[in-house]
Design a protein around this ligand. Structure first.
Ligand code: UDP
Length: 253
């Protein structure tokens, strides 16, 4: 069978040409990277879990009226998405201090912030995705002021949805990263949540024990990443409570 044309390959995902114009197939790999790809590994089953979890969150967002690029899951590792023009920003939303923010401000990890805080990094691996102020974004034309206002509003809505869903299963949403894309419909443009939403791009702590259930498990070698992600999936009902992921299966329906 002829392989579809690969459009792009990133650290954790690859994009292939979709079956119709304006669509792409997003493939979730098992590769894990951290610290700007200084630390690398292959974690069997991670791609399968993230495909399922991202489907779950994107579908939930769409059900409450937040537009996303997600169309449908195709199989264990692939989903059909709408092609969009990615705004070159990582939109980071924080509820509690952690990671780079805790370090920068000398805050203890887990301290609740006075309110959700949004920050932006410019997507450029060679530069290590530097944090940028809003003024840079407007001045360099990465997004217009109107788009930026819309991105902030979207980020806060996604935060309310994700925090609520997570809290309902005993998980605290510490922070997360999303990417936003533009989709053109004739002369009209709308912004959609793109890329993925998964424990690779969120910090998730068990409410009771504070146990980490996200990529920090890999970053700091504190256990099995697939166990952590499987736990999130089980709690959300994305996997049956005793279900096991067979990482080698690529086609199910
Ligand atoms: N994040 C991400 N991709 C990145 C940088 C950050 O998904 O390239 C996520 C990260 O998993 C965390 C949040 O964004 O949930 C905030 O990350 P932070 O700025 O604290 O950076 P880190 O400590 O991960 O370097």
């Amino acid at each position: 069978m002829a392989r579809r044309k690969k459009i792009y390959e990133g650290k954790a995902k690859a994009l292939y040409e979709g079956p119709e114009p304006g669509t792409l197939v997003q493939y979730f790999k098992d590769d894990a990277t951290a610290f700007n790809a200084e630390k690398k590994s292959v974690i069997e089953g991670k791609g399968v879990l993230n495909n399922r979890l991202s489907e779950f969150f994107m579908t939930g967002l769409s059900n409450i009226g937040i537009p996303t690029h997600f169309i449908k899951r195709l199989n264990m590792r692939e989903q059909l998405i709408r092609q969009c023009e990615i705004i070159p920003l990582e939109v980071i939303v924080r509820n509690f201090a952690a990671g780079s923010m805790a370090k920068r401000l000398g805050l203890e990890e887990g301290v609740q912030l006075p309110r959700p805080i949004i920050e932006f990094s410019y997507k450029d691996d060679a530069l290590g995705d530097p944090l940028v102020p809003e003024e840079y974004i407007i001045a360099f034309g990465w997004a217009s002021q109107q788009e930026l206002d819309d991105v902030i509003a979207l980020g806060l809505r996604v935060n309310d949805y994700l925090s609520g869903v997570m809290y309902g299963v005993g998980i605290k949403l510490i922070d997360f990263k999303i990417e936003i894309g533009r989709i053109w419909e004739g002369d009209f443009m709308r912004l959609v949540v793109a890329d993925e939403i998964s424990p690779d791009s969120c910090r998730l702590w068990d409410v009771e024990s504070g146990k980490k259930l996200d990529k920090d498990v890999f970053r700091h070698d504190i256990g099995s990443l697939t166990d952590a992600y499987s736990e999130v999936a089980h709690r959300l009902g994305v996997l049956p409570s005793n279900g096991k992921i067979d990482a080698n299966i690529t086609q199910i329906n």
